[in-house]
Design a protein around this ligand. Structure first.
Ligand code: ZN
Length: 461
């Protein structure tokens, strides 16, 4: 009897699905016969699954049979491939691809090398072509959303529009003249205009990016918060990254950097705090209580030898933690997939615990965690009906992807950016079978090569 009951129950949806034609719904794109990793709350996986997309949104996710209820002008047969939500890079400076590999392995690099170099050479052209190249690299690595902070951020926004990438893009504010402003704090004026110009863009969310607590004073940090509240935009900032930042704030205010920012009213759901290497248990409680997003940049942090952020502890305490690459002068590459293994392994080492930071949690941080860190978890980060259609397809036939037992383990410890085959952002196929359709990557690379000759000449002087 129970067997018959189950058979009858199973038959019911089939009966309803039968009179197909009249019930067929129009869609724009169907990705089907894939190993679908949803990253939804129950971590549902469909071994032979489909994702149906219409008007930039996901309208259905489930077993491949659901596709029969939709008609679509385009179907991607992803047999044997992994389909999952796009990766989210919660902290980067994409334009700095033009500086990749310059001045590595030297101490005190930010003040001695990077700031003077940027002051000397950064202009609109460098920002534009550097960002476009960086975005191409990120899309090739399965990244569909970024949080970027730099100068001339309107140029970065134009790149996002051109290539079709989603981003929270922050214009830098700091206490010194900058490449795009002659006066200290000139970034304010720039940011105000940038925010007005791009605030209604479907892909770009403009933001303020006060550089760090040690380059923006208390008075101007308060102004940032007030204006961000008035304009309803996010704030991107480097936080608790530098040993000197910790020492100076202790000396001057007898606080940790995170307590100091809290005393100024900066800790809020607007803030995406990059790094948080030096976060005590009480700092972590503050980040959680104030609903702050944290961008964990493992590879940048270990290369700069500053320390290991307590990312595992933050994640377990329910802080909104996502992953970031930092700029390509810091982490050198912009692919999140290449960082996943480091995130897991360094936390295991730092915690002396092989069980720490399991692969499933690392993939969570790269997708839903990133969405939470950017306060966009209602729109991106997982494959669920109603969310924006940011979807990637990974080839499962590469050498390191076989054999395939545990998808999370495979993604974290074996996959590489080169396994990303296709990237869809807001329902639009930006890359298919490794071919980026919206820009000519060889052409952008040529521009970057030309700029690198200019930069090398300037560095030599
Ligand atoms: Zn950074």
């Amino acid at each position: 009897m129970p067997d018959r009951a189950i058979a009858l129950l199973c038959a019911v949806p089939l009966l309803f699905a039968a009179p197909a034609n009249s019930a067929v719904q129009p869609a724009d794109l169907i990705v089907t016969h894939a190993y679908v990793v949803t990253m939804n709350a129950s971590k549902a996986i469909y071994e032979d699954g489909a994702v149906v997309i219409k008007d930039g949104h996901i309208v259905a996710v489930g077993p491949a049979a659901i596709a029969a209820a939709y008609s679509s002008p385009k179907t991607i047969d992803a047999s044997g491939d992994i389909v999952m939500p796009g990766m989210i890079d919660t902290h980067t400076h994409a334009s700095m691809t033009v500086f990749r590999g310059l001045g590595d392995d030297v101490p005190d690099r930010l003040q001695r090398f990077i700031f003077p170099l940027e002051h000397k050479v950064v202009d609109r052209e460098i920002v534009y072509w550097g960002a476009l190249y960086g975005m191409a690299e990120m899309i090739q690595g399965g990244v569909t959303t970024i949080a970027d902070m730099y100068y001339f951020e309107d140029e970065v926004a134009r790149c996002a529009q051109k290539i079709g990438m989603r981003g929270i893009l922050g214009e830098t504010v700091l206490n010194a003249p900058a490449p795009d402003s002659k006066e200290p704090y000139g970034g304010f004026e720039y940011a105000r205009k940038f925010i007005q110009d791009f605030r209604r863009d479907p892909l770009v969310t403009p933001a303020f990016a006060p550089h760090a607590p040690y380059t923006v004073d208390a008075e101007h940090l308060r102004i940032v918060q007030k204006e961000a509240d008035a304009l309803d935009v996010p704030i991107l900032m480097h936080v608790a990254e530098m040993p000197s930042e910790v020492e100076d704030i202790r000396k001057n205010f007898n606080k940790t950097p995170i307590e100091y920012l809290d005393s100024l009213g900066l800790l809020s759901r607007r803030l995406v705090a990059a790094h948080c290497i030096f976060a005590s248990d009480s700092d972590i409680a503050l980040l959680k209580a104030r609903d702050v997003g944290v961008a964990h940049n493992m590879v940048s942090n270990i290369k700069s030898a500053k320390g290991v952020a307590p990312a595992w502890r933050m994640f377990n305490q329910g802080v909104r933690v996502g992953l970031g690459t930092d700029g390509p002068m810091s982490g050198n590459t912009l692919d999140i997939i290449g960082q996943l293994g480091y995130v897991a392994k360094v936390q295991k080492l730092a915690n002396h615990d092989r069980n720490a930071m399991p692969a499933i949690d690392v993939v969570e941080m790269a997708t839903m965690g990133g969405a939470r860190a950017l306060h966009m978890e209602d729109r991106i980060g997982s494959l669920e009906a109603g969310k924006l259609a940011d979807v990637i397809v990974l080839d499962r036939s590469s050498t390191t992807m076989t054999p395939f037992y545990d998808v999370y383990s495979t993604l974290v410890y074996a996959a590489s950016a080169h396994d990303v085959r296709t990237a869809i952002i807001q329902g639009r196929v930006i890359m298919e079978d490794r071919d980026i359709k919206t820009v000519s990557v060889p052409e952008v690379r040529e521009h970057v090569r030309g700029l690198s000759r200019k930069i090398l000449a300037a560095v030599g002087q």
